[in-house]
Design a protein around this ligand. Structure first.
Ligand code: DQA
Length: 146
């Protein structure tokens, strides 16, 4: 089981950025949290981050044949990147969209996700734990398919 965790713009600023919304833990805390969990569960994981839409799209394209599942937090691209939607739709890999904050409880422009329709599901508002729940779902689904 190989999972790619993809984080979009400004997630590298965790710990500094709006701590009242995103908490005080840093991006490297998030990487360690995901990697430690996957090591314990025997799941191979690659955690990536980019502030650029094109690079996120390239990561999604390159996941074809390399990963069994994608966990993606597209950051603000969630709300307007049809290109990331299309990239997810173009690779036939199950994807779960994760948001640290509950986007439905925040400003109206965050309520809409244009990327979620290309995903199996969405988890929002559960902080770092959302990533682990998404990983659990993808690995359980993959073992059902075996
Ligand atoms: C976010 C929510 C987005 O609206 C925002 O632009 C982010 C982070 C989240 O994880 O809660 O960058 O995706």
């Amino acid at each position: 089981m190989k999972i790619m965790v993809l984080n979009g713009p400004n997630l590298n600023m965790l710990g500094i950025r709006e701590p009242d919304v995103y908490g005080s833990k840093t991006y490297s805390d998030l990487e360690n949290y995901i990697e430690d969990y996957c090591t314990k569960k025997g799941i191979e994981v690659t955690v990536l981050q980019s502030n650029s839409e094109g690079e996120l799209i390239d990561f999604i394209h390159h996941s074809l044949g390399a990963y069994d599942g994608i966990v993606i937090n597209p950051g603000a691209y969630t709300h307007y990147s049809y290109a990331i939607h299309d990239a997810l739709a173009s690779v036939d890999i199950p994807a779960i969209e994760v948001h640290l904050s509950n986007i439905h409880k925040r400003e109206e422009f965050r309520h809409k996700s244009v990327t979620a329709p290309a995903c199996t599901g969405q988890i929002a508002g559960l902080g770092f734990r959302g990533y682990l729940l998404a990983i659990d779902f993808l690995s359980e689904e993959a073992s059902c398919r075996d």
